[in-house]
Structure formats: structure tokens, C-alpha cells
Design a protein around this ligand. Structure first.
Ligand code: AHR
Length: 530
């Protein structure tokens, strides 16, 4: 039998054990003077491709009671507007490598239907340049066009720039006016093809041939509209047999005096149903960012770029894409329809945190894509719902601005196995992965802290320590979470969304403490004043 005096000690030990099992402790040190770089508003971009139901049945559905007289789905328009997407890439993707933009202008009934070879559809061309520019204006996003470097010619690329950006005079500028748009569209961002390193790309080229073609296209495009920004196709092919950095090195070297960005793409998946491997995949994106940044630095050092700004990285396609990777789900009108869950939303937050942590070099990022096709918005003919991944992108797009800060995170870590990143791509391993994934920005006295607690089971009680200045006033708390890592949203059901939690009450303090719940994304919004 237990002696009376021992009981409280045992009880305390027991409480200690229970507490240990249910939570961890951590520290995040914030120094508003440790700056990484300015966060570009174009980190919160998106992508519209003529693929599956992204355009037809997504943003555009003629004859639907949910659409206006131009065929624009108004429910989708509202959701897209509220996502605050800063820049939207169009019209592809693999689609663009056999797209001839002139098919998509002029009177709709005279536009030619074409076989769409990338994703096996019939392309009606009833939605094209003028419709997209109008749509972009309505949702408040900057249009970003991709030219066809596959089956397209450099002349065709030049003529598209003329159609969009030249006020009046030459044939294509006049044609735009005839088509109802008196003022030029002034499209600033143009990518020189899509994933041209991929064997799957129509008109795929090797790095040298791509660079030559892109260089000549760039010349004509810039002569037509000197202020445009050009984005070269970096490597998207990380299969073991490919050498992605060889491609990147050649393209950077050959195009270093004409381009403004190098585009990188990354899709990840949880093919092995291993939560901790999957949740760590944004670290691979960060690794790739660092490698390419080194390559850019090398080229910058060798090149005489005069007063031109450096080349930046545009992650102009990223997302989770692994369920809809089968023969049937990769083609036709229902292609790439992924249904997302909470763990996917946390991976998206990890990507966004990684972009912010690398804000000095990553100046554009585009979630692929906007509607139905690996997308935050999902429709049927009767309505739509917001997928789990909608919420982190929206929170970042509405709040994360200013200067990215280099914060110090001290927390427990875990190791992963070697894991696949996506279909056919190489494996990697991550060691000492912190359970907390953090980014911070500071903007006119306002601090935004974005924290993913990757721990599936434990909350993490964290001291947030300000090293310069004090927390002043209430700290707003927004949380994206759900009952379970596999929780999904659906038509009429919202299991995962942003919840506004009670604010943390602060007067003036160097330190506040917050407990980040398991499998959650928390955004803290407060003030640090000196
Ligand atoms: O976003 C889907 C596809 O993924 C794009 O068309 C292509 O660029 C990438 O491989």
C-alpha cells in the first residue's frame, strides 16, 4: 500500500508525464532588425490554364444560371476576388506549347475549335485573350501571359505583345481595337514558354536550343514593348535521369542579360500516406531555391548587368498533385480534379512560409491552378465550395506584406525517411525538421507571424520573444485547422477554414506565450513598437 506522504509527489510526476505527452515547448525570437528582404506582392499569384474544367465549367460557363451574360460564373468570380490573388498566369501550362493565340480572339462564333493535345480535349476557343484580360480586371489580379515556345514562332510571340501592348497603328494593335478594346492591355509579365525541359512538352527542346529561341523571341518582344518583364523556363524535370541544374545553368548563362526571372515548378504528394514525410516537402522547395539562388549569384558575378536589377526566382507553378495522376484523371474534361484535405493546406502554408523566408530572391509564386484543376475553388453546375488550400493562400494574400524577418526558432525536431516528392521525381531525406515552421514579416510597426505546428498530436507552447521593441496592444489570432489531418471540405460542408480566435491581450511586453495546436496553421497579427 502507498504511504500517505508520497502521494502528492507521485501525482505531480504523473501530471508532468501527461503534460509531456500532450505538449512541447518552444521559443521563437523575433528581431525586427534582422531583415531578409521585401516581400513581393506577387508571391500570392495563381494560374489559369485551358485544362479540364478550369476555364470551361470553372471561371466561364455559358448558359449557366450562375453566370452573367458574358458567361462568367459569378459565384466563382466572388470567391476568386476574395482570394486576393495578385497575379495570374495564363493560358498554360502544357496547353500553351501548342496554343495559337489568334484562335482565341474576334467574334466567338468564328473562332476555330482545335484538338487540344496536352490534356486531350476539344478547345472551343470561346475564351481567349480579351476575355481573360477582362476577367483579371474584374477579380483585381495582374495578368501574366505565357507564350508558345513549343509549336509557336517568335513572330507569333511578337504579334501577341503588339496586340496587347501597342496603343495603335500596326495591324495587331488595330485588331485589338476592332475587337472592342480601344486601350492597350499593358501586359507586363511574359514567360518565354512552359517547362521546355520536359520530354512531355510539345516542341520540347534541349537547353541550348531553348535558350536560342527564347533569346530571339525576347528580342522581338522587347522591341515591341520595352518595359515588359521576361520569365525564362527553368527546370521542372527533377527525375533522377534528368539534370535539372544543368538546364538551369545553361538557361541562366545564355539568357542572363535578357530575363528578369527564372521560373521553377514543383508539385508534391503524399503517395505513401506518410504524414511527416509529406509535411516536410516544402523544405525540398527551399533547398532548390537556395541552389538556384547560388547559380543566379554566380551568373550575376560574371555578367555585366549594369544597373539592371538581378534575376529573381518565380515559382510560377506549385501545389499538391498526386491523386489525379492516373491515365483517366490526367485527360479530358475532368482532368486533375484533386480534393484537398487539412494536411494539404498545411503543406501549402509551408510553401508560402518558404517563399517569405526567401523573399530576397523569390519574387513571384503562382499556385496552380484557380478553379477545379488542382485548385482552391471547386465547382459543379449548381454551385461551388472552397477547398482547404484556399484559406492559407487567402490569409497570406490579405496580410503578409513588408519586410521578411529572419527569426530564430528553437523547438523539437524529427527526421523523415527518404521520400518521393511527386510522380517520378527523385527521393530525398530531411533530418532535424523543426516541428514549427515559421515565417515573419514586419510592416510599419505591424508584425505578422505565420506558424505551422507540424506535430500531428501535440500542441507546442511557445514563447515569442521580441528582441527589439515590445509587443504593444492585442495580438489578433487566425487559425486554419480541422478535426483531423484528413478533414476535407465539400459542397455544403466546411470542415477546414480560417477561424478568428480570441486575441492575445498584451499591454507592453518583451515576451508573449502562445500554444499552437496540433496540425494547425496560426497567423498572429500584432504590433511591435520601439
Ligand atoms: O498545372 C498542371 C501542369 O503541370 C501544367 O500544365 C504544366 O506546366 C505542369 O506540368
Amino acid at each position: 500500500m502507498m504511504k500517505k506522504g508520497l502521494k502528492p509527489i507521485l501525482l505531480l510526476a504523473l501530471i508532468g508525464l501527461v503534460l509531456q505527452a500532450g505538449s512541447q515547448n518552444a521559443r521563437i525570437k523575433i528581431d525586427i532588425e534582422r531583415k531578409i528582404g521585401e516581400v513581393d506582392k506577387h508571391l500570392y499569384g495563381n494560374f489559369v490554364e485551358h485544362l479540364g474544367r478550369c476555364v470551361y465549367g470553372g471561371i466561364y460557363e455559358e448558359g449557366s444560371t450562375l453566370s452573367d451574360d458574358k458567361g462568367i460564373r459569378l459565384d466563382v468570380l466572388d470567391a476568386a476576388k476574395d482570394l486576393n490573388v495578385s497575379i495570374t498566369r495564363y493560358p498554360g501550362g502544357n496547353f500553351v506549347s501548342n496554343y495559337h493565340w489568334k484562335d482565341g480572339i474576334g467574334p466567338k462564333d468564328q473562332r476555330p475549335p482545335r484538338m487540344e493535345l496536352a490534356w486531350a480535349r476539344l478547345e472551343s476557343n470561346r475564351f481567349g485573350t480579351d476575355e481573360f484580360v477582362d476577367y483579371a480586371k474584374r477579380i483585381g489580379t495582374e495578368p501574366y501571359f505565357s507564350v508558345n515556345m513549343g509549336t509557336g514562332t517568335i513572330e507569333e510571340a511578337q504579334q501577341w505583345v503588339e496586340y496587347c501592348n501597342v496603343k495603335s497603328g500596326p495591324y495587331y494593335a488595330e485588331l485589338r481595337k476592332k475587337n472592342g478594346n480601344a486601350e492597350p492591355f499593358n501586359i507586363k509579365y511574359w514567360s518565354l514558354g512552359n517547362e521546355m525541359d520536359g520530354f512531355w512538352q510539345m516542341g520540347h527542346l534541349n537547353a541550348e536550343d531553348y535558350s536560342k529561341k527564347a533569346r530571339e523571341a525576347a528580342k522581338l518582344m522587347k522591341l515591341t514593348s520595352p518595359d515588359i518583364k521576361l520569365i525564362a523556363a527553368g527546370s521542372s524535370n527533377y527525375r533522377p535521369e534528368a539534370d535539372p541544374n544543368e538546364w538551369n545553368a545553361t538557361v541562366l548563362h545564355e539568357l542572363r542579360d535578357v530575363i528578369d526571372y527564372l521560373a521553377l515548378h514543383m508539385y508534391v504528394g503524399n503517395t505513401e500516406n506518410n504524414y511527416y514525410d509529406f509535411i516536410s516537402t516544402p523544405r525540398v522547395l527551399e533547398e532548390r531555391t537556395r541552389v538556384v539562388k547560388g547559380m543566379i549569384d554566380r551568373e550575376m558575378q560574371m555578367a555585366n548587368r549594369g544597373n539592371r536589377p538581378p534575376i529573381y526566382i518565380a515559382w510560377d507553378e506549385y501545389n499538391i498533385w498526386y491523386r489525379a495522376r492516373g491515365e483517366e484523371t490526367m485527360a479530358g474534361t475532368r482532368a486533375l480534379e484533386e480534393h484537398y484535405n487539412l494536411e494539404d493546406a498545411l503543406v501549402i502554408t509551408g510553401f508560402l512560409n518558404a517563399f517569405v523566408r526567401n523573399a530576397d530572391i523569390v519574387k513571384m509564386a503562382n499556385m496552380a491552378q484557380l478553379v477545379n484543376v488542382i485548385a482552391p475553388i471547386f465547382t459543379n453546375e449548381k454551385g461551388m465550395f472552397k477547398q482547404t488550400i484556399y484559406y492559407p493562400l487567402q490569409l497570406f494574400a490579405k496580410n503578409v506584406r513588408g519586410t521578411a524577418l529572419d527569426v530564430h526558432v528553437d523547438c523539437e525536431t524529427y527526421n523523415t525517411d527518404r521520400f518521393p516528392i511527386g510522380l517520378g521525381e527523385s527521393t530525398t531525406q530531411q533530418t532535424n525538421v523543426p516541428y514549427l515552421d515559421v515565417s515573419a514579416t514586419y510592416n510599419n510597426g505591424e508584425l505578422i507571424l505565420c506558424v505551422v505546428n507540424r506535430n500531428k498530436d501535440k500542441s507546442i507552447t511557445t514563447d515569442l520573444i521580441s528582441q527589439e521593441g515590445q509587443f504593444t496592444g492585442d495580438v489578433e489570432v487566425y487559425e486554419v485547422n480541422g478535426p483531423d489531418i484528413k478533414s476535407e471540405n465539400d459542397f455544403g460542408k466546411t470542415a477546414v477554414q480560417t477561424v478568428n480566435k480570441p486575441a492575445i491581450k498584451v499591454t507592453m511586453a518583451d515576451k508573449i506565450t502562445y500554444s499552437f495546436p496540433p496540425h494547425s496553421f496560426t497567423m498572429l497579427k500584432g504590433k511591435i513598437l520601439k
